[in-house]
Design a protein around this ligand. Structure first.
Ligand SMILES: Cc1cc2nc3c(=O)[nH]c(=O)nc-3n(C[C@H](O)[C@H](O)[C@H](O)COP(=O)(O)OP(=O)(O)OC[C@H]3O[C@@H](n4cnc5c(N)ncnc54)[C@H](O)[C@@H]3O)c2cc1C
Length: 443
């Protein structure tokens, strides 16, 4: 079976590697001219890291990322609301990683190239159209520099082409621009002094203005510093307004736009927010947006994955993680239904769509970050003791319910580790890369 994957982001590349390991021929078509390390920091949760560990990516992640140890929710004035351990420190079998999005994408890309060969990822190919018959799919691509259209034939087509997915548009019709919730996000990363454990994450503020801080990278040449990721989210419009800025993850932000939201808004002992912004060579602005969940993703031999299927607000650290979980489910189901890809895609839709729809909807209400919204609403002028505002049980329940719904409580992740092993590849179909042959030989 040959799978055509449109989009070489975290979701598309992970799927390609997983399909390859199950004996399929998968080819990724990416519109960009090369896979470059774009974006800033993201968090990847233990259930997704479990999947990347099965792809042997843990050593690469440890070289480039930070194993997150704790998350502290604070008021804008720096008063602690809730502190929780994260990753291995919370009892998970797998870590949580704070990582540069582009570095994670590159790590998966490198693994794809090493195992599948350079031909598996074809850049400078933008999917513009597709057609399917009962026996296959024909996908049409154009190059950035023009030239004739190229048509590729495959057994299935997976649209992993992000929030502006062309596959989704073709499947479901024109939906217009993504839906903005009125929040603008300025995102950057710069070398800075570490705070607390050096692996701590802070989310501070509330509905009107929120600050997210976490380290994403260290380097032996700069032993006393860390690359600090920062996000300042400010409500500048109304929910459902058309966004004043196009949702482009690579749009540079301007200091004058974000400055009014620094002084007097956030007062944290751990970090000088102004200095952080001023020392960031280039940062980005992005409207917080998503799309309404779809009634179905799969149609015959075509389906959607990751942001193409379920773009969600970046709260709760689920964007990349859910794309990775989609990939695992789809790869398993295609392996289970080798002779019936339509059945695999329908089963994938039935499993993953309700789960991710629930996360999209929960994120619209603030996700786990409702803990800071709630405290800000009840105590806008601060508090003497957090217990006067909300009990630890009430706050922990908000975070715990979100984790349960999104499938990453300690029990859910650790139980899944015990139950699931990667689907075995039959010798007849097993693709033996140089690396796999070397591993087998040394074993
Ligand atoms: C450049 C960039 C920077 C980002 N930065 C951040 C960030 O800082 N913080 C954060 O939380 N999230 C960021 N994201 C989003 C985050 O990566 C995703 O939410 C998450 O990783 C899910 O990934 P995905 O693979 O589904 O989609 P994406 O990461 O969006 O990947 C989609 C890929 O498909 C390609 N593509 C799009 N259309 C076509 C087409 N028609 N044909 C072929 N290829 C196509 C895109 O170039 C891209 O490589 C960024 C996304 C991008 C593309």
């Amino acid at each position: 079976m040959r799978a055509i994957i449109a989009g070489g982001g975290i979701g598309g590349l992970t799927l390609a590697l997983m399909l390859h390991r199950r004996g399929f021929k998968a080819t990724v078509f990416e519109q960009a001219e090369s896979v470059r390390t774009l974006g800033v920091g993201i968090n990847t949760l233990p259930h997704a890291i479990k999947e990347l560990a099965e792809l042997d990516l843990l050593p690469a992640l440890d070289k480039m990322a930070i194993r997150t140890e704790e998350l502290i929710y604070k008021s804008a004035r720096g008063q602690e609301i809730l502190r929780q351990p994260r990753g291995l420190h919370a009892g998970y079998d797998f870590p949580q990683f704070s990582i540069h999005r582009g570095m994670l994408q590159k790590a998966i890309y490198d693994a794809c190239v090493a195992e599948m060969g350079c031909d598996a990822i074809i850049t400078n190919h933008r999917l513009v159209d597709f057609a399917q018959t009962k026996s296959g799919v024909a996908a049409t691509f154009v190059r950035r520099d023009g030239g004739p259209e190229e048509t590729m034939l495959g057994d299935v087509l997976i649209g992993a082409d992000g929030i502006h997915s062309n596959v989704r548009r073709k499947l479901r019709g024109e939906e217009g621009a993504p839906r903005w919730n009125g929040v603008m996000m300025w995102r950057g990363a710069t070398w800075s002094k570490p705070f607390l454990t050096g692996r701590s994450m802070i989310i501070a503020g509330g509905m009107g203005a929120k600050l997210v801080l976490y380290p994403i990278h260290t380097h032996p040449d700069r032993p006393n510093e860390t690359v600090m990721n920062w996000v300042i989210c400010v409500k500048t419009g109304e929910d459902g307004d058309p966004s004043p800025k196009r949702d482009d993850w690579s749009r540079p932000g301007a200091a004058r736009e974000v400055e009014p939201y620094i002084d007097g808004v956030f007062t944290l002992d751990e970090v000088n927010v102004r200095a952080l912004v001023e020392t960031t060579p280039e940062f980005y602005v992005y409207p917080m947006c998503d799309r309404d969940p779809l009634p179905n993703w799969s149609e015959g031999r075509v389906t959607l994955l990751g942001d193409a299927a379920h773009p969600m607000y970046p709260v709760g650290s689920n964007g990349a993680s859910q794309a990775i979980l989609d990939a695992r489910k789809l790869a398993d189901l295609l392996a289970e239904h080798r002779d019936n890809p339509e059945a695999a895609l329908a089963a994938y839709d039935a499993d993953r769509r309700p789960k991710t729809t629930a996360i999209v909807e929960a994120n619209r209400k603030g996700g786990p970050e409702q803990v800071i919204d709630l405290v800000e609403a009840r105590a806008p002028d601060g508090f003497d003791s957090i217990d006067d505002v909300a009990s630890p049980e009430e706050l922990r329940a908000i975070v715990g319910d979100y984790q349960q719904m999104a499938g990453f409580t300690t029990e859910q992740v650790n139980a899944a580790t015990e139950e699931t092993a990667p689907t075995p590849v039959t010798p007849a179909t097993a693709p033996k890369s140089k690396r796999q042959r070397a591993q087998a030989a040394s074993a």
